[in-house]
Design a protein around this ligand. Sequence first.
Ligand code: ZN
Ligand code: ZN
Length: 167
Amino acid sequence: MELPLGAAQKKPGERLPFEIEGEFAAFEFSGDALAFDGPVKAQGFMIGIGEDITLEGQIEAALLGTCARCLRPARIVLRIPFVELFSRQPSDEHPDAFLFEGARADIGEMVLANLFMSLPMQLLCREDCKGLCPACGKDRNLEPCGCAKSGADSPFAALQNLLKDEK
Ligand SMILES: [Zn+2]
Ligand SMILES: [Zn+2]
């Protein structure tokens, strides 16, 4: 994901639009294999400040994995706003800056770092996925099962345990 920075270097202080996309390999996260569904896109503005370049904008990526509740395929779209500094050399002043040489920056590392920070703890096929019943294993999205209320993750289970303790 090589972004040409020449324009920003020639016109410091100006907000210059950029748009770039790149392909990334599948990876493992929290025990789940995640693959990118299509290219990862980054777009926004670059601003030259002295020798440095600031990039600000949004990263957009679609990911395919497995729903943590029902184990069916899940697809999520992430849209991540970012502001990052690119410098020619490391400095104590900006320890978080990414480095570049010449008139181009490989922004792949920055894009992945932002993506990983924004990944949800678990992937869901949809926000209100009912998941598999821990007792009988049925997919509760397809049909309710009779044992739903005695499931270990039911709010009633905790209450029942509490009442048992008091006896
Ligand atoms: Zn699900
Ligand atoms: Zn059940």
